[in-house]
Design a protein. Sequence first.
Length: 125
Amino acid sequence: MIRPANDELTRWVSRVLATGTALAIGVVLVGMALTWLTGATGAGAGTSGATSGGLLTQIAAFTPASIVSLGLLLLVLTPVAVLVVALVAFIRCGEHRYVRITSLVLGLLIVGVLAAGLVSTGVGG
């Protein structure tokens, strides 16, 4: 059974979710503002990372589309961060059953994100 650290775990999970979501929304809004300020069209915003050096290269160039993509990536990675926080808490509490469950879910989520990345690159995304 989870010990009194349960309240602390809940607070940490809430903080990670709130911070990750707020950060992702903020980054997406910055990218959208840059799109509006620079007058970028849909064609420029839809440029895939595969054809122009990848997302990190685009972000370094500070293109509006890449900033929006970074925000969406942060949004996708937020649940991963939550699971990592929960996994650490369960390890510290000695909750071996929940460590196994959380590890399994985290592994499946990571595999899903990686597979989506491979599939999207394979179809030109």
